[in-house]
Design a protein around this ligand. Structure first.
Ligand code: BGC
Length: 499
């Protein structure tokens, strides 16, 4: 009997030990996996680091590349395209102008009524239309036909309302949010598409001509008075309201910047003379590249798998089209190396499933249990019942991606200011105190800067880190809304044949 009891007791002890060992083993494995997940995030954070020293190197690299791009075509990845825009609107423009604002997958039509001196913009109307997906694979004629017929319906509606003279030739501003080599202020050839938009047979064509042909086919009596990049339209609107505006930045689906340059600094256009002595340069900064940019294996893989490999490197680190995608790639790696997301991680393999707007919502969730994060993980990525710890880890990946992007944008802006001597440094060299440098305004088109408060905070913080508290107070970032369209209509007024 005693032997039996002893046997049972030994048996129980063995089972208990086995269970305990299994539990300890499971816990150890789970700790190990959690540790792996944290390690992936830590390595990523290290790779994305942008201490102020590195940002200053990016500023200097931007200046060097700007010089190289201005010296010769192909001298830099920065195209530094001259725009023929040598005069910006100042508030004296009057009349009614239309504009088309073409971006990846969408086109907006606008009507702007200007009242001349003092009265500024009396009225403006905007309509946004999606370009039907099937047109992306069709010929350019069909796309321009779609744009012209959309404009026609808009003009007809507007004219019924305001009863304009029907035979009068109307003037139009045309915004193309892609790189264009300008032939004049009103014409230019598309260099290439970006942001995943591609209609191959437009590349190399004069886009104004394509639009004018489509307009006349549709019975529209209109001509393109100004063909501009969206950044240039944004600068025009910024300058219209504030004459201290020297540059404009777009941080939307894609990214770009333009600024007012002295003509004699645009060496590749020797002999260029303008009344103002200056000209707006479209930098196409989305294509900026420097070895000082903190690039990780995730950025490299994203680029390798993109349709425009080795292009738009800066854009792929900072614009709305890519931020959510970088986060997805890091989460996928975590899922591969640990089990912290549970079994259902296959949605994470779908490229671009995590849009940047969702990533911003994850990042900005300040509820104690990160409820919004849990909801997005569940609804978008089908990850059910995530723990608080997992949600926090996901939010920290979003933070890393956004912080890097915002700080790089800040460095890019200061690169421009440095190139034109508006970074406050000149005033120190010339013996003036930092505080007396000139007020300098940079217009920023809505998008990430306005819609994503953490992005804005990181950007502003980096500007004062790089320039110092005092000098940075002279740099004003002004938000513009619909600048790319309205500003282009203003430029149509400036370059109207009727003036
Ligand atoms: C284009 C630029 C454009 C920017 C913002 C980039 O992808 O190359 O021309 O200004 O997106 O829309």
């Amino acid at each position: 009997m005693g032997r039996v009891r002893l046997g049972v007791a030994v048996g129980c002890a063995v089972v208990t030990c086995a269970i305990a060992a299994a539990l300890v083993g499971r816990r150890a494995r789970s700790w190990w996996r959690w540790g792996r997940a944290v390690e992936v995030v830590r390595e990523f954070e290290e790779g994305c680091a942008t201490p102020v020293g590195r940002l200053r190197q990016v500023v200097d690299a931007m200046v060097v590349e700007m010089h190289a791009g201005l010296a010769s075509d192909g001298g830099s990845k920065l195209k530094m395209l001259h725009t023929f825009v040598d005069t910006l609107p100042n508030g004296n423009e009057d009349g009614v102008y239309y504009a088309i604002d073409l971006d990846a997958n969408s086109c907006r039509v606008l009507r702007v009524e200007l009242g001349g001196r003092g009265s500024k913009i009396i009225n403006h109307r905007v309509e946004k239309h999606k370009i039907p997906q099937e047109l992306e694979y069709s010929a350019s004629e069909e796309v321009f036909d779609f744009i012209a017929s959309t404009l026609k319906r808009f003009v007809e509606r507007e004219e019924n309302v305001i009863n304009l003279v029907p035979d009068e030739k109307k003037e139009l501003g045309f915004t193309v949010s892609f790189p264009v080599r300008q032939l004049s202020v009103s014409s230019g050839v598309l260099i290439k598409w970006s942001k995943g938009f591609t209609i191959e047979d437009v590349v190399g064509k004069d886009v104004s001509q394509c639009l004018e042909d489509a307009m006349s086919k549709n019975g529209l009596n209109m001509r393109v008075a100004a063909l501009v990049n969206d950044s240039v339209g944004t600068l025009a609107l910024g300058h219209y309201y504030d004459q201290d505006t020297v540059a404009a930045v777009i941080i939307g689906t894609g990214t770009n910047a333009c600024y007012i340059e002295r003509c004699d600094a645009i060496i590749k256009c020797q002999g260029l003379l303008t009344n103002s002595g200056g000209m707006v340069v479209n930098m196409e900064w989305g294509n900026f590249w420097s070895s000082h940019l903190p690039r990780t294996s995730y950025d490299i893989a994203l680029d390798d798998e993109s349709p425009n490999r080795n292009d738009q490197g800066f854009e792929k680190m900072i614009s709305e089209m890519y931020l959510g995608e970088i986060v997805r790639r890091v989460l996928l790696r975590i899922a591969d190396e640990s089990d912290i997301f549970g079994d259902s991680t296959h949605h994470l393999s779908v490229p671009f499933i995590l849009r940047t707007s969702l990533m911003a919502a994850i990042h900005e969730d300040d509820s104690p249990d990160l409820r919004e994060v849990g909801k997005i993980l569940e609804e978008t990525l089908q990850m059910l019942n995530t723990s608080l710890k997992v949600r926090m880890l996901v939010a920290s990946v979003c933070d890393i991606v956004t912080k890097r992007a915002a700080r790089l944008v800040a460095a890019g802006i200061i690169g421009i200011l440095k190139k034109i001597g508006r970074d406050g440094i000149g005033s120190i060299a010339s013996g003036r105190s930092k505080g007396t440098s000139r007020r300098t305004v940079v217009t920023i088109e809505r998008g990430l800067y306005t819609d994503y408060s953490m992005f804005r905070e990181y950007m502003n913080e980096a500007i004062s880190e790089i320039l110092g508290e005092q000098v940075s107070q002279n740099v004003v970032l002004r938000v513009s809304e619909d600048g790319s369209g309205i500003g282009t209509a203003l430029l149509a007024a400036v370059y109207s044949s009727k003036r």
